[in-house]
Design a protein around this ligand. Structure first.
Ligand code: GLY
Length: 321
């Protein structure tokens, strides 16, 4: 039987001899893999663009996901991620982020303050330390030692909103508040590898020290390069109690489509937890580039970029209106 290597060699010789152009992709021996990038909410549009620049030239998904979410972290007008994020009830902006690559390597930071791009600190935790997660002061020290700059993340606009909130200090999560929540971003590169990133300033006016799902591998994000990747947005407590992103990927491993997997993970919340005033949304992407999106309540939307087209879509939801 002809080995694949022998077949390629013979084909190359034949092409050279006949002066015909040989495109290995065109021989149907190897399918061209179309990159895909998908991310939560409208702030996903510029994130996808930044990721696409890397994916389009054959770059790695892990570099693409980091570059994508950094754009949103550095945008002071996004009030739920990085610079300009709404603070906790004491006026501190505290950040959570994690990242995971195609080799199941993962890095995370939580309760990190005064660093604009927590996702890049998470990437360094993954690449340069034997650990998965650094928290609080330890994460900050690691960031400074790694060359990150100390930055005041509380913008005037966020400070003003927080001051207004302190007039009543009435804590209530709000479903789909404007510019709501986490950016979770998943990418498939031309090599067929998957990676993901997830980053947030968490719930506005949370208790000091509260950490949500976004930096927890398996909750806010999970990637298994054999199967698929998933990310979550919304009320982190519900996602953590059901290990949402891991559940979505595990369901895909058992044969569910990305859409079926997202729907089942939402149903796990609906069956077990009080979801009435709380939103959760999931995104999933499998090895074939198929996607899924589902939420508890209406209003969750996501940005999807493929074949160089970047568009917003409304996710369907368990509660219809
Ligand atoms: N999903 C973000 C958070 O709950 O902090």
């Amino acid at each position: 039987m002809k080995t694949r290597r022998k077949f390629i060699k013979e084909s190359l010789t034949l092409a050279a001899a006949s002066q015909l152009p040989l495109n290995l992709n065109a021989t149907n021996m190897e399918k061209t893999i179309e990159p895909v990038v998908i991310s939560t909410w409208r702030h996903g549009l510029p994130a996808n663009e930044a990721s696409w620049k890397i994916l389009d030239i054959g770059g790695k998904a892990i570099d693409a996901v980091e570059a994508g979410v950094r754009v949103v972290e550095s945008d002071p007008n996004t009030r739920s991620v990085g610079l300009g994020g709404l603070p906790d009830r004491d006026g501190n902006v505290t950040l959570d982020a994690c990242i995971m690559d195609e080799t199941s390597n993962a890095g995370a930071v939580c309760f990190l303050q005064n660093i604009e791009n927590p996702i890049s600190v998470a990437r360094l935790v993954m690449d340069k330390t034997p650990h998965v997660m650094l928290a609080g002061e330890g994460a900050f020290r690691f960031a400074i030692e790694s060359g990150f700059k100390k930055t005041n993340l509380l913008t005037e606009a966020s400070k003003k909103d927080w001051k207004k909130w302190t007039e009543t200090s009435d804590y209530k999560p709000v479903i789909n508040i404007e510019n709501h929540d986490t950016i979770g971003l998943l990418a498939l590169d031309k090599n067929g590898d998957l990676s993901g990133a997830c980053t947030t300033s968490g719930l506005a006016y949370k208790m000091h020290g509260r950490v949500g799902d976004s930096p927890i591998i398996g909750a806010g994000l999970f990637v298994d390069n054999e199967t698929g990747a998933a990310t979550a947005t919304g009320m982190g407590e519900l996602v953590m109690k059901t290990i949402g992103s891991f559940l979505v990927v595990e369901l895909m491993r058992q044969g569910a489509t990305p859409q079926e997997a997202c729907e089942e993970a939402v149903m796990r919340i609906v069956k077990k937890l009080d979801y009435k005033d709380l939103q959760v949304g999931y995104l999933a992407l499998n090895k074939k580039g198929e996607i899924g999106a589902y939420a508890v309540h209406p209003g969750f939307n996501y940005a999807l970029m493929k074949q160089a087209e970047n568009k917003m879509y409304d996710a369907i939801s368990y509660v219809k209106s």
